[in-house]
Design a protein around this ligand. Structure first.
Ligand code: MN
Length: 233
């Protein structure tokens, strides 16, 4: 039996709708600029004919369950919400063809890719890694996993409010790279595994939050996410 100097960190996990067993997290993948209107608002339009999707990752330890209250994070004066549909992978796959991609899908969730926008943009413009902007403690917000095995979601409203005021309103049919294409492309670079989550990108309307703000958002047919921001530590 392996023994450790101290108790290892707990496995990160999410509840699963209708089940007692939880969904154990392996990796957290995020797709950059995957809605045209958001790419434009970030000043970096996407030409799908000439580009491929790009990704960043966050540590599983950044995961926080929907409904949480989190402190406004350190090191930023421009903490942004990004509402996203999340694909939950439930079977392994490597170099998967788009027409087979559904075989990897366990289900879906609604998520927030919270972002230190000021630090992300400095890093982007200096050609540095995005970690300080993106790999923020408690920044990967996610609802329960909704089992929708082998279902490919191609459309559905996606929206977000801050203190009840609508900030983001779009449809997942506007994804530049859709669910099949993302799984196929990402699996060219990684051996996808059960427990991987893919945050599929945010539509336009991203913006800042302040201490005291309450975020709500949803993906039609999937789930509703919520997050409350409290004062900085
Ligand atoms: Mn994002």
């Amino acid at each position: 039996m392996t023994t450790y100097l101290w108790n290892p960190p707990a496995v990160q996990s999410l509840p699963v709708r209708g089940k007692t067993d939880r969904f154990p997290i392996n990796r957290l993948f995020f797709v950059g600029r995957n809605y045209h209107a958001h790419a434009v608002e970030m000043g970096r339009p996407v030409d799908k004919s000439a580009e491929r999707p790009f990704y960043f990752t966050k540590a599983p330890q950044t995961l926080v369950e929907s409904g949480a209250t989190i402190a406004y994070p350190p090191g930023t004066a421009n903490y942004h919400f990004e509402m996203e549909m999340v694909v939950a992978i439930g079977a392994p796959g490597f170099r998967v063809a788009a027409e087979d991609a559904h075989q990897l899908i366990y289900g879906y969730a609604a998520g927030l890719d919270m972002t230190r926008r000021d630090l992300q943009l400095v890093a982007r413009d200096k050609g540095r890694p995005w970690d300080l902007g993106k790999d923020v403690e408690q920044s990967s917000v996610c609802t329960e996993i909704v089992p929708l095995a082998q279902v490919v979601i191609a459309q559905g409203a996606i929206n977000l409010e801050v203190n009840g005021q609508t900030k983001q309103s779009s449809n997942v049919d506007k994804l530049i790279w859709n669910v099949r294409e993302l799984i196929a492309d990402l699996s060219q670079f990684y051996h996808l595994q059960a427990g991987d989550l893919i945050y599929t990108g945010t539509p336009e309307g991203v913006g800042p939050v302040l201490a005291g703000d309450h975020i709500t958002g949803r993906v039609e047919g999937v789930a509703e996410v919520a997050l409350t921001i409290s004062a900085a530590e």
